[in-house]
Design a protein around this ligand. Structure first.
Ligand code: FES
Length: 183
């Protein structure tokens, strides 16, 4: 068992998660497909369950885990879930930690990044509040939520961000990915 495996098992033990759950995550399909068709003005809806209620900035709570969402195609009236690469994570940051440039793409302090880990394409689902870093549970890569850069490998590539704006109180996509999502 290497050092990474040992750390993973210790963390799984601490959190009560199962090794089977961990390995299922590890086996997440490689993100070979392209992100498809996300456009400026798309609303955002929860990626979990069937709730297609558009998300507001106030729905994203400070200090909470990232919320995984799909862009929502207003014309077709459905989430853009055909490509896993369209999946995003939302996280509320403390304005005190944000540059003016970051605030300009993060209404109410809510930032959006591709949720697909750039290491082996697991979903990035954790936020380590004590370190102020996003974390992927598969092999514990960590990312800075200010710019998506890698704080700790094995991932070597930044998480791409998506600029957001607020329209009629709802979060909407304001542009494309800052770089190609996926591994
Ligand atoms: S898939 Fe390996 S750290 Fe995320």
């Amino acid at each position: 068992m290497d050092a990474v495996d040992s750390r993973r098992r210790l963390l799984l033990k601490a959190t009560g998660a199962s090794v089977a759950g961990c390995c299922a995550l590890q086996a997440a399909p490689a993100a070979a497909q392209e992100a498809q068709g996300m456009v400026k003005g798309d609303l955002l809806v929860a990626a979990k369950g069937d709730d297609t209620k558009p998300i507001k900035a106030e729905d994203i709570k400070a200090g909470a885990k990232p919320v995984l969402v799909w862009p929502y195609d207003l014309k077709e009236k459905k989430p853009r879930s055909d490509s896993r690469l369209n999946k995003l994570l939302l996280l509320r940051l403390d304005p005190a930690d944000m540059s003016d440039e970051l605030k300009a793409r993060a209404p109410g302090g809510v930032v959006a990044y591709s949720s697909i880990c750039t290491h082996q394409a697991c979903d990035v689902t954790e936020y380590v509040a004590s370190e102020k870093l996003l974390m992927c549970f598969c092999h514990f890569s960590k990312f800075n939520p200010g710019d998506g850069s890698v704080a700790k490998g094995p991932a070597a590539k930044s998480l791409p961000y998506v600029p957001l704006e607020e329209k009629d109180g709802f979060l909407v996509v304001a542009g494309g990915f800052s770089n190609k999502p996926g591994v």
